[in-house]
Design a protein around this ligand. Sequence first.
Ligand code: PLP
Length: 498
Amino acid sequence: MDIEAFRKAGYQAIDRICDFYYSLEQRQVVAPVQPGYLLEQLPDAPPEEGEDWEVIADDYQKLILPGMTFWQHPSFFAYFPTACTFEGVLGDLYSTSTPNPGFNWTSSPACTELEMAMMDWCARLFGLAEHFLNSSGTGGGVIQTTSSELAIVVTVAARSQYVRRHPGTHLEDLVMYVTSQTHSLGVKASLVLGLQCRTLDVKPEDGYALRGDTLRAALEEDIAQGKRPFFLIGTVGTTSSGAIDCLDEVGEVLKDYPDVWFHVDAAWAGVTLACPEYRGIARLKDINTYATSVGTNLHKWGLVNFDAALLWVKSRKDLTDALDVTPEFLRTKQSEAGAVIDYRNWHLGLGRRFRSLKIWFVLRSYGVKGFQAYIRRCIELNEYFVSLIKTSPTFALVTKPSFALSVFRIVADPVALSLGVSLGSDALNDLNRTFYAHVSARGEILLTQTQLNGTFCVRFAVGAERTRKEHIDKAWTLIQEEARLAVKEWADSIRGGR
Ligand code: PLP
């Protein structure tokens, strides 16, 4: 494709993307396709001769778009959101137009310096302490692909720090800690690195938050058995219910165990720190006081298109001590002089994408006020959803709402009462599963199921940039309809069984 053909194809692509966004709301959130739908339509091997761009571009519309689940749809309430803004799209477009592995300062000064600046911008946006800033010269921030990858990086750094402090440590004695509500990223890091991982219990009455006593008891028990605790992951905003660990209690306990690296995973909820009124709930003070490292994903609820997982560490040396491998061909005058950051020593790969560009575009276009307004709007919309749940005799919240996330389920129903049957916990779980299956089958909204303490429940997470009150109303109507149908099915089966 030559430059003029690219110009034409590029104009057409932008036109089609705009048309797609105009039509988004009329489309199904969930792709109405069955497994294998695409594989059946693709040839087994690439074409021998090159094809016309027109045909290729049309095939994207015909074959690919119909098989996409639209995370940007205003009726997408599943998982946590995946951000999409046009500023982010343009950032990716520009960055991919001059691909650059940006592994050290010399390989592209702009890539490194914009990333350093954006990590400091975001640290200030979120109120993080000076010691996390690149400008501190000791701590600093780096963009990673995902929070899961970021967790592996931090675990490697924590392990290396522990072993440096305690030479001769047997790696099999090391133990890291997560809770039953920590994202799977903790257990995954332990699997990848062949380390022991202990899962700590959290209780419904504590809102599924990790308490200091639980941690202390586990640390004492493990140390008594000769184990070496080296790493703990705390969470601000767990995946299932948005729980927030008691970082103050945990941090105080860890004062007695200074070799334990304390990482705070705020992948989803970290962005609420942009709003001063949420900094207390999201435990900014504790993060700044106790955390060795902290991460949040701008690509979830932070308006920046996937991928943009942000990691800050108190001591950049802990990363480079663990990850710096420098063969002759990677030596540069500037890094030998200590004048620049070589980000290749702050993550797992060598090459890295130029992700700071889209962050720069988004933050400049929205400004702090626009960013805050978006976060506040999502939380307000969730509060509206919560108010609907609270007025319904059929549904109840399972946990306290957390920012823009609610977890709810069917709890009782007039039909059950009229039949004179009470719903036991198994029956209620089955009824809720049926209800969730009904909602999912409609394909018009998307929610996610979860289990809390053996209770099957449904998550409702607001975050798509285009979601407004009318979409919450539409979702609520559908939820009520499907609950009625699920209850009727269940009541019919009871009557049939009598
Ligand atoms: N941490 C939390 C609390 C999450 O909810 C998630 C994903 O939803 C992750 C981490 C994983 O994020 P990533 O996909 O960037 O690895």
